[in-house]
Design a binder for this molecule. Sequence first.
Ligand code: CO8
Length: 258
Amino acid sequence: MSEPLVLVQTHGRVAVLTLNRPKALNALSNEVVAELAQAIRGFEADPNISVIVLTGNEKAFAAGADIGAMSQWNFSDVYNADYLGGDWQYLRDVRKPLIAAVAGYALGGGCELAMLCDMIIAAENARFGQPEIKLGIIPGYGGTQRLPRAIGKAKAMDLVLTARMISAQEADQMGLVSRVVPTEQLMEKTMEVAQTIASMSLPSVMMAKESINRAYESGLSEGLMFERRNFHALFSTEDQKEGMAAFVEKRQPDFKHK
Ligand code: CO8
């Protein structure tokens, strides 16, 4: 049997998915994404999981879409197959928080996959970039849309038009990543963040994610109303009663995630 393209582990309420195509720097083929989506679908449906971490290895988170495969395709191949729809599109609809733990290269589709996640924790050796222009194409998995929202038009144009790679430090200064950590501590630090989030009430975590993402897709008034409705809705959960009672009683909450 061939090696899985995505390795799956769980640690309490946190699932860790590790891209496992090291010889191709974790290039994102359709097969890799199919395995990723299948694993994530399972964890989305699992009430015992709150947070999903995506990672690669020390050399590469993912060096982009699979250029070998793409080099053979023409317009009708990608259009008729709706390349980047299907499983790829599903990943943006995941409701539980996704954390990208990035070491090494996060290029092209790899950078876009990291940006699709809700947080990026970068190792000091991480390198981000959108080098598609060098291949005669453009980013196709959100790069031209999420980068300007994350780092502004001027910096996004710089990265997309020149293909230059930036360091973790620069990505941090631009606001692309949430935290930068020593490379050898990437997973330890990421798991601390993931476990912290997983200790919160899952409905409030998912509604917080949903509300922040709404800021991308709506005007301020609509976004504020969306947030207020979610805020109201959380008063119907058992965890809101428990969280507030625990505060008043000066103890840790025991959330049931409902
Ligand atoms: N696709 C397929 N194979 C790759 C890819 C890739 N994106 N990146 C690296 N590899 C392979 C290499 O071909 C090589 O294989 P082999 O050993 O069989 O020759 C192996 O990985 C190691 O790579 P290198 O020898 O090149 O390693 P270096 O350390 O010398 O260089 C680099 C590392 C700088 C990362 C270099 O590999 C590189 O430039 N890679 C391509 C990066 C790139 O252009 N990415 C963008 C791809 S296009 C894209 O992502 C489209 C986005 C829209 C769709 C989004 C879907 C996710």
